[in-house]
Design a protein around this ligand. Structure first.
Ligand code: PBG
Length: 336
């Protein structure tokens, strides 16, 4: 037996030069992978910072239009809209959710007209519209009623499709909502409206800053959403949820939150091979920003690394509040 003091196999050979590293790169992030979640304000010329999400602004529809032009210039092609509903419009039964003149619906009509090529994704859930902050209708004990909620979600999805949504994205975690929404869309002739199901959405503490942004934090009755969002302890259950949503007609599925749940993304992709997305949620964004603000992490490098990690885990795309910044960084990288 010959034993060399030197390595038989030099793994470092392919790492020695930039072009070689490029040749053997297994995954790549592009602007096509990015979905930008944005917060919409009522009124005109309104712009508000979100304190727990530095760099994120809530915008009225007119300003959203101006900013969208810039995002499109950067290569972003899909945006996800989240309306900020005034307290005065929130009710027990969330009827503002399917108001054809609601903020989300108005924003979609305006953006579709100005940017027909931009994919508009809409959130299907009742929490921005309920006075109690839960994603559905409550019974007298405070339990979120499944089937009654699905009835309202159907109306919401139809009103979004009518307003121009390319993708409706149920984020509510009620049982059976995907099949019922799919059926209603088909019957109404919206055969090409896609459904991206928030299939494996966990009852996560990482959503805090989002709830600040849409103003649904302070009032969540019962304090949590554990009777419908998933237990962070489970992954087999996530696969079960995803299987049901695919069977019921979801075109794309999602795992949420993102980085702490990349194992779920990988298992989903391996098992189902369907278009799989992940949401790098508000709390993940806030953690990164806090570290950047303190100079503890290199901002540009960490943003790109964090997003590439989703691709490596098997995600086809990522919802991320870093989308414009990431797109700008990718453009700079390509210029080099
Ligand atoms: C609404 C919804 C939430 C998020 C997206 N859609 C909050 C929640 O379920 O409480 C969270 C997104 C984020 O934290 O960035 N159902």
């Amino acid at each position: 037996m010959t034993s060399s003091p030197f390595p038989q196999r030099r793994m470092r050979r392919l790492r020695a030069k930039d072009a070689l590293r490029g040749l053997v790169a297994e995954h790549r992030l592009t602007t096509d992978d990015l979905i930008y979640p944005v917060f919409v304000l009522p009124g005109e010329n309104a712009r508000e910072a979100v304190p727990s999400m530095p760099g994120v602004e809530r915008l009225s529809i007119d300003l959203l239009g101006q900013e969208t032009a810039k995002w499109v210039e950067l290569g972003i092609r899909t945006i996800a809209l989240f309306p900020v509903t005034p307290m005065s419009l929130k009710t027990e039964c969330a009827s503002e959710a399917f108001n054809p003149e609601g903020l989300a619906q108005q924003a979609m009509r305006a953006l579709k007209k100005a940017f027909p090529e931009v994919m508009l994704m809409s959130d299907i859930a009742l929490d921005p519209f309920t006075s109690h902050g839960q994603d559905g209708l409550l019974d007298e004990t405070g339990y979120v009623m499944n089937d009654e909620t699905v009835e309202v979600l159907i109306k919401q999805a139809l009103s979004h499709a009518e307003a121009g949504a390319d993708i409706v994205a149920p984020s509510d975690m009620m049982d059976g909502r995907i099949g019922n929404i799919r059926k209603a869309l088909e019957e109404a002739g919206h055969i090409n409206t896609c459904i991206m199901a928030y299939s494996a959405k966990y009852a996560s503490a990482y959503y805090g800053p989002f709830r600040d942004a849409v103003g649904s934090a302070a009032n969540i009755k019962g304090g949590n959403k554990k009777t419908y969002q998933m237990d962070p302890a489970n992954t087999d259950e996530a696969l079960h949820e995803i299987a049901l949503d695919i069977e019921e007609g979801a075109d794309m599925v999602m795992v949420k939150p993102g980085m702490p749940y990349l194992d779920v993304v990988r298992r989903c992709k391996d098992e189902f091979k369907v278009p799989t997305f992940a949401y790098q949620v508000s709390g993940e964004y806030a953690m990164h920003q806090a570290a950047f603000a303190n100079g503890w992490l290199n901002e540009d490098a960490v943003i790109l690394e964090s997003l590439l990690a989703f691709k490596r885990a098997g995600a086809d795309g990522i919802l991320t509040y870093f989308a414009p910044q990431a797109a700008a960084l990718l453009a700079k990288q390509n210029d080099k």
